[in-house]
Write a protein that binds this ligand. Structure first.
Ligand code: SDX
Length: 391
């Protein structure tokens, strides 16, 4: 039980991982965190509350939530020496490799909390990652803008603190827009876990070697970076921008996709598991309208996105292949309206996915029956042959 990972020989994508964290029904478009439908959590919960639920398995009492939230708020600062770490990167560095490196580097400051089988040390690492990853992510963003880094503020909640670290400057006070913070809280909830996706499987496989939580999460960040996975939200914006700049109609673009010209895909569409509408995409789309109206987001790009969706949902090519919008199709438009550049979109996905990675890693590591993951293969190479001249 828990996280024992085995792979059918030669079929890398089939793994009978047992997990109690998240349930997905891809045909019915159902997503539940510890049994609670994503639609309920999206309406009522805070991201910190959802993080608690995923990690500890139950919704917190008010006292438990207050204590958990206080622990996170009061550990958001990082060691001053770690801030110097960022000066080693070029300003043009993509924030995802910067974040993955910084999370790995974080572990070098904490020799007291790296034992993956010590419950107390796992608890300390949990709080340290939840509280410090947004700070590191904001520092990566600040680095790319050539702006000074701010210190976190304990009187701000999770989303507010991150927004201020990203957009605040030392020269003046930064007022967090509560509607933006609320929208970010929702988007973080929608990304918080998703069963055994590529990055979570990476976190589990790395952790199964008894690598510490920081190293495992750093590996997960690198897996998420790929455009087929978390990088898709950035790829969607690039796709919409290219349609806009080339002046082609969404309809003409769809023909390119259907003809598979230069491997063009409709980014933000399709899913390994959902063969129905991704329930998260439905919630994001409703938020997109509200936020873009408020923020004066790029209506033209939203219009292109909605025309692409309308066309795809009515087109046999997509219907036959069960290709529907996934969580990444609309999120980029919202992040852009919030003021984030495309390169930060997948970083926001990583902050959201962090509690899921931690919950899945803990489920596996705190289960004594877990063995090291060891995928097998179907050998397709040469049969035995001898080196010339060897007797
Ligand atoms: C995430 O696993 C998770 O849970 C991931 C995630 C999470 O929360 O962790 O949900 C987050 O990663 C969402 C997915 C984001 N990626 C994208 O939006 C990139 C675009 N989508 C694809 O590249 C693709 O749909 C995948 C990778 C997501 C899923 O691919 P599959 O299920 O392996 O499908 P496939 O590659 O086997 O394709 C099946 C058919 C093919 O056509 P044929 O060869 O049969 O003619 O569908 C076509 C593909 O060409 N197809 C697409 C398409 N996705 C699949 N055609 C056009 N556009 C697309 N997006």
């Amino acid at each position: 039980t828990g996280g024992y990972v085995t792979y059918d020989p030669g079929f890398m994508n089939t793994a009978n991982v047992q997990s109690a964290v998240t349930y997905i029904d891809g045909e019915a478009g159902i997503l539940r965190y510890r049994g609670y439908p994503i639609e309920d959590l999206a309406k009522k919960a805070s991201f910190v509350e959802v993080a608690y639920l995923l990690i500890y398995g139950e919704l917190p009492t008010q006292q438990q939530l207050d204590d958990f939230d206080h622990m996170i708020r009061t550990h958001t600062m990082v060691h001053e020496d770690l801030k110097i770490f960022f000066s080693g990167f070029p300003r043009t560095a993509h924030p995802m490799p910067v974040l993955a490196s910084a999370v790995s580097a974080l572990s070098t400051f904490y020799s007291d909390s790296l034992d993956p089988h010590d419950e107390h040390e796992v608890e300390v690492s949990t709080i340290r990652l939840l509280s410090k990853v947004p700070t590191l992510a904001a520092y990566a963003f600040k680095k790319s803008k050539g702006e000074p880094m701010l210190y976190p503020q304990n009187d701000l909640n999770y989303a507010e603190n991150f927004l201020r670290l990203c957009f605040g400057v030392p020269a003046e006070d930064y007022e967090v827009d509560p509607e933006i913070a609320e929208a970010l809280n929702l988007l973080l909830i929608l990304h918080a876990d998703h069963e055994q996706n590529c990055s979570t499987s990476t976190v589990r496989l790395v952790g199964s070697s008894d690598a510490n939580m920081f190293a495992s999460v750093s590996a997960g960040i690198n897996a998420l970076y790929g455009p087929k996975h978390g990088g898709a939200n950035e790829a969607v914006l690039n796709m919409l921008r290219s349609i806009q700049s080339e002046g082609i109609s969404p309809e003409d673009f769809m023909e390119k996709v259907k003809n598979k010209e230069e491997g063009v895909r409709l980014m933000g569409f399709g899913h390994r598991v959902y063969k129905n509408y991704d329930p998260r995409a439905r919630i994001v789309k409703a938020t997109a309208d509200k936020i873009l109206r408020k923020m004066g987001g790029d209506d033209e790009l939203l219009d292109i996105a909605m025309r692409l969706e309308d066309k795809a949902l009515a087109d046999d090519y997509f219907v036959e292949r069960k290709l529907y919008p996934n969580v990444d199709f609309y999120t980029g438009l919202i992040y852009k309206a919030m003021g984030f550049p495309e390169q930060m979109f997948t970083v926001l996905f990583a902050i959201g996915r962090l509690p899921g990675w931690i919950a899945q890693w803990r489920e596996m590591m705190l289960d004594p029956s877990t063995k090291i993951g060891r995928p097998r293969q179907v050998y397709t190479g040469e049969t035995e042959r001898r080196y010339p001249g060897v007797e």
